[in-house]
Design a protein around this ligand. Sequence first.
Ligand code: 6PG
Length: 249
Amino acid sequence: MQEMKRIFVSDNDRQLAATFCEYFADLINGRINRIGFATLAISGGRTPDMIFSELSNNFQDSVNWQKLLVYWVDERCVPPDDPESNYGRAARLLIDNVEIIPDNVFRIMGEHPPPEEVRRYSELLRSNLIIKNDKPCFDLIMLGVGTDGHTASIFPGQEHLFSTGELVAASVNPATGSKRITLTGPLINNASNIAVIASGHEKKNVISSVLDETRNERIYPVQFVRPEHGSISWFLTRDTLPDQQVIPE
Ligand code: 6PG
């Protein structure tokens, strides 16, 4: 089935954050109004920082935060108080600043031995989330894109994580050796809505390949993000686009 693919291009980070947060509020509130709650999985890295700050500063009263259940796309294998922790970053910039209920926050426990945490988080997702196509189905998954084309913590050379039968996996960032826990590709692609957010000219190469799949360069991991039944929306700043890029309708 042809996925619903939308591309939002912003002139700068501020506009990108504002555009995404309007999309976020509409989608999350709409889901809550329909079924009483919404499930979200968030990524780490720096890009979400501006999103979290915009949500904390300008969307405190625009989202039904108390009905939002928050999970993570990936986590570094560090304790929650480590500066590298994706959970720690999100807690400081968003969770502690809006009315998300602590019992509705389900962090990946990076301090646990990876095999144990992979099992625990898989079981948690399977018991907590709505099941679709025999896999947990998030209402919204927020993804970033690395300059090497990775997304979640699925790095070049780890594309098998897009065809595994597992829901969660352990991985390693080959550039830094940083151990990770990540949702796998089939779980990501089973979401009802996927939002990929990228800004910065350093991502132009990857985004160009995403926008023009005919480019016969390498296939980046983020290009394996293709929703099985849901929508995918790309939130990009103009400096990620190749020159004279025509945005496909
Ligand atoms: C992580 C993220 C990762 C991130 C990209 C982009 O834990 O690092 O989940 O997938 O989204 O690396 O990172 P930036 O937003 O910092 O460019």
